[in-house]
Design a protein around this ligand. Structure first.
Ligand code: NDP
Length: 169
């Protein structure tokens, strides 16, 4: 059987901010499109707070929500009580080479970094204020595979890069 693949998917600012008061600190429609393109048809795994900031299960994807609360139910999503249970669900919902995306937030990224083989990072080349951050990671353990550079003219020439990092074998 093909081993399961887990990938982190995140957008972060130059100062590592990923969120502010339970929402994204920027408005970057191109990043939301990128997110949709990558995750459609796949499994997405998220912490309860990230789920609540999105506000609904995302269509066309298996949505897995992690919480320690018992009795937390979301129609259209699979709710689990541990990271191990989330991994088990991914095993059951994945077909063939499907990719499983860890989509946040900080709390979940911290726990998932050790078992993810790939990171899709939108690097937003500006500082933002925020209260949640992407964890520091050891760059020497990751190889930059791809970097697509973009500029959003609508947003005061905001520069952002779609970057793929693969864990070195
Ligand atoms: P998370 O989304 O990581 O959710 C944390 C919650 O997940 C915990 O409170 C707990 O839920 C549950 N949880 C986490 N680990 C476990 C575990 N091992 N077992 C059981 N339950 C667990 O919260 P954060 O506050 O860290 O991140 C949310 C922020 O991140 C928001 O601002 C959001 O906008 C931002 N974000 C940004 C992204 C980006 O790419 N820029 C992507 C995703 C989110 P409970 O309390 O119910 O027990």
């Amino acid at each position: 059987m093909t081993p399961l693949h887990f990938s982190i998917l995140v957008a972060m600012s130059k100062n590592r901010v990923i969120g502010r008061d339970n929402r994204l600190p920027w408005h970057l429609p191109a990043d939301l499109k990128h997110f949709k393109f990558l995750t459609m048809g796949q499994t997405i795994v998220m912490g309860r707070k990230t789920y609540e900031s999105i506000g609904r299960p995302l269509p066309g994807r298996a949505n897995v929500i992690i919480t320690r609360q018992t009795g937390y139910e979301v129609p259209g999503a699979i709710v689990v009580n541990s990271v191990d249970d989330a991994l088990q669900v991914c095993e059951e919902t994945s077909v063939g080479n499907a990719e499983n995306f860890i989509i946040g937030g900080e709390n979940l990224y911290r726990q998932a970094l050790k078992f993810c083989q790939r990171m899709y990072v939108t690097e937003i080349l500006r500082d933002y204020e925020g209260n949640v951050f992407f964890p520091e990671f050891d760059r020497s353990e990751w190889e930059e595979k791809q970097r697509d550079k973009h500029v959003s003219e609508k947003d005061d020439n905001l520069e952002y890069h779609f970057v793929i990092y693969d864990r070195k074998v």
